[in-house]
Design a protein around this ligand. Sequence first.
Ligand SMILES: Nc1ncnc2c1ncn2[C@@H]1O[C@H](COP(=O)(O)OP(=O)(O)OP(=O)(O)O)[C@@H](O)[C@H]1O
Length: 322
Amino acid sequence: MTEVVVEANGLTKDYGNGRGCREITIKVGRGEAFGFLGPNGAGKSTFVKMLVGLIHPSGGTATILGEPIGSLEARRHIGYLPELYRYQEWLSGEEVLQLHAQLCGMRGSVAKRSIKLLLEEVGIGLRGRDRVKHYSKGMQQRLGLACAMVNDPQVIFLDEPASALDPIGRNEVRLMLQSLRARGKTVFLNSHLLEDVEILCDKVALLNNGQILQSGTVAEVLQEKIRWRFRVGGFTPFFLTWLTQFTGLSITQVSGNGGTEQPNEEAVWLEAELEDDEQIGWLNSLVIEHGLTLYEVHKVKTRLDEWFVSALSGISHRGERI
Ligand SMILES: Nc1ncnc2c1ncn2[C@@H]1O[C@H](COP(=O)(O)OP(=O)(O)OP(=O)(O)O)[C@@H](O)[C@H]1O
């Protein structure tokens, strides 16, 4: 791995009510984007709040660029967009940014130049002089991003950075985060927008009930199964029974009427779980040899949202419903 920027070893927070997060161990390198995922109440924000020094861990250790979390040295490297932020409504966007710049020790023309550039980068531009109370939710989120980037941090923690944005705004945030990465910054993203995570992140961890359930590169977590779909005409359930027994593969019907032994009038989609991609040719030849018509064949790419749902299926996740 390149230089380690965020490192946590057994980081734990026990709120005293059995909730929080337990024994979290991760490493994030320079220029990487890390997606921290999990159902509501899994402990994602708790973990990030410990890393940025807002709450004290009950156990374990963590560092930011080698500095212990919570220390001034570690905080100097951090930008943070909290999930439930409220900015001073009576200030303008520009004034909120000035305040954040001052808190980071920035003064004079350096602060002024950086604020002007940031307002443009996040798409607030000329509306920087308007009061925050006149901003839409999306505009406030853009302001939050600017605040998180004001001190040009090495690592930026974003808790749901695009939840209030429309599709155009979300795309802009994605581009912004990609450009941060291209500049060698590390991005730590808590998000339920799994499409964004899939596009942006190299690595992900799935948190459940305060503990990491699975983690790895996006490619690793998504490529656990090789699945292909094929659309056949003249299908009968008998053929499917024969095909699964003959091949020993898991093959299921994913569309069409399965209740009749008569050939379906409509073409039917089947899905097969394969050991390797080569097997699809064999499977297709069996379909054709048995007089069925093969219309279409394509590989199923597992998406992070499917992975998320299947990784959690059958497992209790206490969420906030109890
Ligand atoms: N200060 C606190 N005191 C007691 N319990 C807390 C406290 N803060 C959070 N919790 C509980 O800890 C658990 C984890 O909360 P956290 O906010 O970290 O989850 P999350 O994964 O970020 O959820 P979401 O996706 O809904 O934002 C939840 O059950 C929550 O109710």
